[in-house]
Design a protein around this ligand. Sequence first.
Ligand code: MG
Length: 193
Amino acid sequence: MIKIKPNDIAFDIDGVVADTMSSFIYVAKKEFGINTIKREQITSYWLEECLNVPEEIIKAIINQILEDPFKTRLRPIEGATETLGLLSEFGPIHFVTARPIKEPIEDWLKTVLKKVPSRRIKVHATGQHDIKPQVIKKLGKTFFLEDHLETCKAIHQAGLKAIVFDQPWNQGQIPFTRIKSWQELRKLLELTS
Ligand SMILES: [Mg+2]
């Protein structure tokens, strides 16, 4: 079993800390009257590949989620706030997201992570997936918790350690550590000094 020092890990946000898919399903229903989407249907990271929803609508929903996490009812994934609260006692927590804009998700994190002092929440918005590995490297982190398999592969190729947060859209055989919950991550962390 791997052991992770608290300052050695950084985090993706959507699909890892934030339950973005539930937000997607909520907005699809409320704004577009689409009430047929089920979580299990989301078997690809690229929604247009697995959902029978026009691409323009998918884009419109995603834009709303990017711009206003509160209005789109974005919620933290179970156990995330507790584990991140514990980690924050060791230093700042770094989040690396491919979101193009940082402020809305930073405000959201500062609101939901009540046990984490605001100054210890650091968000890096890359705007694209490909540069995540170099940002993580620059931060001096070895481990990265991520739900997008392609990004996990890129992180691995950059000599870093990807940990996959299990989701319906990242199934399949992979050579990386896979965790199914934040409780499971907690067991891998060296929280006692
Ligand atoms: Mg993600």
